[in-house]
Structure formats: C-alpha cells, structure tokens
Design a binder for this molecule. Structure first.
Ligand code: SF4
Ligand code: MG
Length: 381
C-alpha cells in the first residue's frame, strides 16, 4: 500500500520556565493507506504529543520546531506546488487556514475521554450533525486555491457563521447523524440522537465520539488511548468496532496506547517510543517476536507468541529520563536502564539502523549485531 502520511524528523519542544523540554525528538514513520499503525510507549514517552503534532494541535508553550509531514493528496499538491513533491504536500508548508480545514475531512481524532469531545448542553445528535454539516459545506465549496485559502473548510465555517445548536437542524445532516450512530452500533439511534451526553454510558459515548469522528469521512483517524478509561468487556467491543470501521472504509488509523495487548490485537505495524524518540519500529511480528531494542524487549517481556498473547507491560527498573534539553546529553536516553549498555552507548546518541526489511531500531545493537538479531538468545533481556 502507498504511504498516506510520511513523518520525517518531527521535533516538538515545550518552552517552559524550567527550560526547553524535548517532548518529541526527530521522529520519523510512515502511515500507509488502510493500515493501523500502533504507537506504544509509557506515559511521558511523547506519543500523545506526536499525535497532536501531526494535526497541528500542540498548544503553547509547545511548538513543532522542525520536521516534514508529507501527506498524499494530489489535489492539494496541484494547488500548492511550492509545498509539493509528486502527489504529496508537506503539511507544515501549507497556510495555517488550509491545514485547519483538513481537520475533519482528512484527519479526525478520538481521545480517551469522550466527555471532552462533547458539549454537555447540546444533544449528541446535534453535535454529530454539526460535524456532518461542516463537512457538507466544505465539499460544496469548489476546491480552488481561492476557496482553500480564503474560505475553505472547518476553521472558516466555525468562524464565519455556524451557531452551535442552531444551524445544525438541517434534516439531511440530522439523518446522517442518526445513520452514523447506527453504524457505530448504538441501539435506537433516532431516540439516542436527541439525548444529551450525560445520558450515555461511557462505552456508548465512546461510540458516539467515533460516529462524530467519522462524520467528515476522514482518510486518517488518530485514536489516542481510545479505550483506556473503559472496562475490559467494553474495551474489547470498542476495539472490535474500530477494526470493523477501519476495514469497511479502508481508512488509516494511528492508534496510540500504553497497552501492548491493544497493540497486539489491532496493529499492522508498530512504533515504540521512549523519551520522545521512536526507538524501534517494524511489523507486529518484528516487534513481538524479533525485537532488537532492549527497551522493546523489556516491554514485550516473556510473551511466547502472538497466537497466545498475554502481553503486559513489564516493569523495567529505573525511570524515564527528564526531557529537559539541558539534561539530555549526547548519549542513548535508555542507557541508565539498559542491561546491555556499553561504552559506545554513552559516546553518541545511537542512529536508527535497519534490522530487517521494515524493521529498524535506534540502538548500537542494531548497528552492530543486526544480522544476528533474529538469533539473539532467549535470555537476552
Ligand atoms: Fe542499550 Fe546501548 Fe542500545 Fe541504548 S544503545 S538501548 S544503552 S544497548
Ligand atoms: Mg497520552
């Protein structure tokens, strides 16, 4: 499959009173069309900030400071040749208004807490109809440079005219909202549409949030810990729903979680993050069966194979380093916790090195031993 989004050397910093915090450090990965890319890491590893950086939602005092975000969209590439390379555009080179307009129709998000995505004083149906309406108006606008830069899309519609709870009563948008609620498995969707968020259970509201995220028919759905707050049974149902929806629409999904069990059952490919960096990436098999980086090995622990997953975050001694620029130093950030650390690890930050066709790790072991990586002994970690 082709790449939908190629992230290159993305860095995001927070400029705090304590100093510069390197929350995301030179992160690179690709999201292919129709795949689920899992991003896994402990809390504070930079995975959520990475997600926000993709869609331009990092808030002050944070800022994306460098990197490229190549998004495949032939129309945009034709409209913005200065930002284009072939069929892809570098989102960071587009005018802010255009980037904002891509949220909804191109990129959509779901988060851990569905309450935060809904206004408590409007019905769920009204809010989903709003998302439908925004998308409908955006599509009605011709895709010319003029409309893109002067009036296209979500941002401008929200600025220029839609009044919450009033303009979304368009019967077509309302019907579409009910249809979306039905597609995400909400019983009695027509009645449910007229209810308020507090009348929904956690799992049902999570479904409604997914319906809202689908209103713009996005190419890419970014799901940040979508099931973390739910109990195990509901969690399994929501994951199943995400899988179905992804497959039906052949949509790409970036799934962010600290939970390796979720990664194992959902992802096609995986990025492992540590201290703001991607330290290993590969297919599900690469990560669960042939990982190279000692951090990944620690996470995966003693899971025998994917057929029999009982994945659990294995505790690794020590703690995640401070991401303050002044304290980070020129070394492997995992060195203090790494059972395989050696001189070379303290000399310089390790490069990303290939460990297979799709497999790479930021570790001197990949640099030096990758040809034997598949044969590393069982007791390696
Ligand atoms: Fe461990 Fe060295 Fe690899 Fe870092 S570079 S993970 S310290 S072996
Ligand atoms: Mg997070």
């Amino acid at each position: 499959a082709r790449d939908l989004l190629s992230v290159r050397d993305l860095s995001t910093r927070f400029f705090t009173e304590q100093g510069q915090v390197n929350a995301v450090e030179s992160v690179s990965f690709d999201v292919r069309e129709g795949e689920i890319l899992g991003i896994v890491g402990e809390s504070g590893s930079g995975k959520s900030v990475t997600a926000l950086s993709l869609i331009d939602l990092v808030e002050s005092p944070g800022r994306v400071t460098s990197g490229e975000l190549w998004y495949r969209d032939p129309d945009l590439a034709a409209e913005f040749p200065d930002a284009a390379d072939g069929d892809a555009v570098d989102l960071r080179e587009l005018p802010e208004r255009v980037r904002r307009a891509l949220r909804g129709p191109s990129f959509s998000t779901i988060f851990q807490d569905p309450m935060s995505s809904f206004n408590p004083s409007l019905t769920v149906g009204e809010q989903i109809a709003e998302a439908v309406e925004v998308q409908r108006r955006a599509q009605a606008n011709p895709r010319s440079t003029r409309s893109r830069t002067q009036g296209y899309g979500l941002g401008s519609y929200l600025l220029d005219g839609l009044v919450p709870g009033r303009d979304y009563t368009d019967p077509e948008s309302h019907d579409r909202a009910v249809e979306l609620l039905e597609q995400v498995g909400i019983p009695d969707p027509a009645q449910r549409a007229d209810q308020y968020p507090h009348e929904f259970s956690g799992g049902m509201l999570q479904r409604a949030m997914i319906a809202q995220a689908l209103a713009g028919e996005p190419d890419l759905l970014i799901a940040d810990e979508p099931t973390t707050a739910l109990d195990v049974t509901i969690q399994a149902q929501i994951l199943e729903l995400l899988r179905e929806i992804q497959a039906e629409r052949d949509m790409s999904v970036v799934l962010i979680t600290h939970d390796l069990g979720v990664i194992a059952r959902m992802s096609d490919r995986v990025c492992v993050m540590y201290a703001g960096e991607v330290v290993e990436r590969g297919t599900l098999e690469d990560i669960f069966e042939d990982s190279v980086h000692p951090y990944t090995r620690g996470l995966v622990g003693s899971i025998p194979d994917l057929e029999d997953p009982a994945p659990r975050l294995q505790p690794i001694e020590g703690s995640v380093p401070s991401l303050l620029d002044s304290e980070m130093g020129d070394r492997c950030y995992f060195a203090d916790r790494c059972p395989k650390a050696m001189e070379a690890c303290l000399d310089h930050p390790p490069e990303f090195d290939a460990a297979g066709d799709e497999h790479a790790a930021r570790c001197v072991l990949a640099e030096r031993e990758y040809s034997e990586a598949a044969a590393l002994p069982d007791g390696f970690f």
